[in-house]
Write a protein that binds this ligand. Structure first.
Ligand code: ZN
Length: 119
């Protein structure tokens, strides 16, 4: 039995340096997708109410309570971070600053949107 690795591809023009150390990412790097997630108050209340009524979260979920957490699939709230092998494996001594990396990605998104708008 052979096990094949499931893959996707990326254009060279979409490749950029590591979002944490600005270092090179070749030949191996990691990507991390960050999405906005939030609790729906209505669904949370329903689920908790049903849980209290039935005495079990598993039962409430099995009875069809709607999931209380909503995850955005919108591109403007989804960020893909590039992490070089050294940062991912703790070889770089600096701590991973996610807020700085996300700020960089947001600026990149805004720059690309401005470029697309001017076309
Ligand atoms: Zn790095």
């Amino acid at each position: 039995m052979t096990t094949e690795m499931k893959t996707s591809t990326m254009k060279l023009s979409d490749v950029r340096p590591c979002d944490f150390c600005d270092g090179k990412i070749a030949p191996i790097f990691y990507t991390m997708t960050i999405k906005l997630a939030l609790f729906s108050p209505k669904n949370t209340n329903r689920t908790l109410g049903l849980t209290q009524f039935l005495g079990s979260l598993a039962l409430a979920e099995a009875m069809g309570a709607e999931d209380p957490v909503v995850i955005s699939e919108e591109s403007d709230t989804t960020y893909e971070l590039f992490i070089c092998n050294d940062c991912c494996n703790g070889i770089n001594s600096s701590k991973l600053d996610f807020s700085a990396a996300l700020e960089k990605i947001r600026e990149l998104h805004e720059k690309k949107e401005a470029e697309n708008a001017s076309k």
